[in-house]
Write a protein that binds this ligand. Structure first.
Ligand code: NAD
Length: 503
């Protein structure tokens, strides 16, 4: 049954009149590496048997392209096809060993602005092994921002930093998507995962965006949890979650935990959605250890294709295929990775499993929860203009590299006191975020990286960029080793910066 993408496409085109073909949704299809062609063949066979109205456009990306010397793994003609179709169904890619190759997934996500990652994690109890039979949640992860901007600098021999950028429009957009998703899928609750008790500015901003969006959805319960306890709860009580929305790093981690807790990563498909394009794939890799053996489980990719059909507005086809797949699972038709004695009835090859799904098209499961009703298409929110507010400079943090006098904060403070301009005075120093001057704790370990906070010498003295530059010049002339500065702003009178730990 293994069907090449190109063969399938030409079959579809030949068998239909032109009118019907024009109604088909164009989709770029990448067969991928390792088990990719096998699971893609099985997935496409099911889509074809269900008469999914798709116009498939094969593209070549991945190992073959990497090995030809293209370090991105995607040739320009593949980009053109993805942009023209706006939708990519992608099998897993092998990243060649050795340096220089970029993550293809990150390239696609960033280039196409795929801001939302959606990962449903469901336990198919009693047919697949899980400790949490009632688990049925969806993780919606912000996909572009946070520490994944990849803005990193080593600043001293001892200290490196990674910028965590959380934006208001980015946070609003992902939270809007999460609530719109919950509404379209008839889900009852959205839980936001943040650590805003510590990161009051970045995670605090994400939480504010969440709360603002939640007000527009009074019928959907909104909850906020601190990420550490929230992640622990996914491991112990995942059934208490419905839809989860999180910034990029937390979302990345909890979506893997959730997939694993649900039972097996082999059954999870994921969607990456942007304003103009979307990509759908399984969450597992190319499994080179079983490639070519015809035993891989195509379910992750198939469930990603189900999400793709919903995205394209073909929710009837999505429902038919999803229910047929649930029937196959509850009939014990299992590939080797999920096969269990006493539960499974047949250990199937990739092709035989696809046939088992095809044989059940039109049926609905009796034990597992059937997919019902129509999923409304989720409109991708328009990018949102930044909110306005009165912004005012009120001081500056100057970061210095200083490694003298046993790193005694009092010595550094006395040294800096000599450079105080008529406008500024040193008010606080911290090391690794902990206040060390004035009155730091003697136990605090200090590195060679110091944050020195300068505030106006007189309260209410207006601050300007020119005055800040005067301060920098004086420090420079005094041979201070400046790493960088961060202006301190208030927004509508509220401080937009953190205090030193212990301040
Ligand atoms: P993997 O997910 O490919 O394999 C881990 C284990 O799970 C293996 O034992 C494998 O046989 C099994 N497995 C995975 N999918 C299966 C399936 N559908 N059916 C049955 N068994 C399955 O992870 P890995 O071995 O760490 O990575 C292999 C390659 O995949 C690497 O080159 C990696 O970079 C790449 N990768 C690609 C993607 C992607 O394209 N989205 C994601 C993850 C890893």
């Amino acid at each position: 049954m293994s069907i090449a993408v190109s063969t399938l496409q030409s079959n579809i085109m030949e068998s239909d009149d032109q009118n019907l073909a024009s109604l088909r949704c164009p989709v770029a299809v990448a067969e991928g590496d390792g088990i990719g062609p096998e699971i893609m063949g099985a997935t496409l066979a099911i889509l074809e048997a269900a008469d999914a109205p798709l116009d498939l456009k094969p593209i070549t990306i991945g190992e073959q392209v990497f090995k030809s010397g293209n370090t991105s793994g995607i040739p320009s003609e593949a980009w053109d096809t993805i942009r023209q179709t706006g939708v990519l169904l992608k099998a897993p890619i092998t990243t060649p060993q050795g340096g220089g190759y970029k993550s293809l997934n990150v390239s696609i996500r960033k280039t196409l602005g795929l801001f939302a990652n959606i990962r449903p994690c469901v336990a198919y109890h009693p047919f697949t092994a899980t400790h949490h039979p009632a688990m049925d949640l969806v993780v919606i992860r912000e996909n572009e921002e946070d520490t994944y901007g990849g803005i990193e600098h080593q600043q001293t021999p001892e200290v490196a930093q990674c910028l965590k950028l959380i934006t208001w429009p980015g946070s609003l957009r992902i939270c809007q998507y999460a609530f719109a998703y919950a509404k379209a899928h008839g889900r009852k609750k959205v839980t936001c995962f943040v650590k805003d008790n510590i990161m009051k500015q970045t995670d605090g901003l994400f939480r504010k965006a969440f709360e603002q969006v939640a007000e527009q959805y009074p019928d959907i319960e909104a909850d906020v949890m601190i990420i550490d306890i929230a992640a622990a709860r996914i491991a112990t009580k995942p059934e208490q979650f419905d839809v989860i929305v999180a910034p990029n790093l937390y979302g990345d981690i909890v979506s893997d935990i959730a997939a694993e807790v649900a039972g097996t990563v082999g059954l999870v498909g994921t969607a990456n959605i942007g304003p103009r394009c979307a990509m759908f794939e399984a969450i597992h890799g190319s499994a080179p250890d079983i490639a070519g053996k015809g035993i891989a489980n195509p379910s992750g990719l198939l469930l990603a294709a189900v999400q793709m059909l919903q995205y394209l507005g073909h929710s009837e086809h999505a429902k038919t295929i999803h229910n047929a797949w649930l029937c196959a699972i509850e009939d014990g038709m299992h590939t080797g990775d999920i096969y269990r004695e006493g539960i499974s009835k047949h250990k199937l090859s990739t092709e035989a499993f696809a046939q088992a799904v095809i044989d059940r098209l039109g049926q609905t499961p009796s034990t597992l929860k059937a997919v019902q009703g129509e999923v409304r298409r989720i409109e991708t929110p328009e990018p949102i203009k930044p909110k306005q507010g009165h912004k005012q400079i009120v001081g500056v943090d100057v970061f210095l590299h200083w490694d003298q006098s046993d790193r005694d904060p009092d010595v550094l403070a006395n040294y800096l006191a000599a450079f105080v301009t008529p406008h500024f005075k040193l008010t606080m120093m911290s090391n690794r975020g902990t206040k060390v001057w004035p009155q730091g704790a003697p136990e605090t370990f200090c590195t060679d990286h110091w944050r020195c906070r300068f505030m106006p010498t007189q309260q209410n003295m207006p601050m300007t960029q020119a005055k800040l530059l005067d301060l920098l010049r004086m420090l420079h002339e005094g041979k201070a080793n400046i790493i960088k500065m961060e202006n301190l702003y208030t927004f509508d009178g509220k401080a937009g910066y953190s205090l030193g730990q212990g301040e």
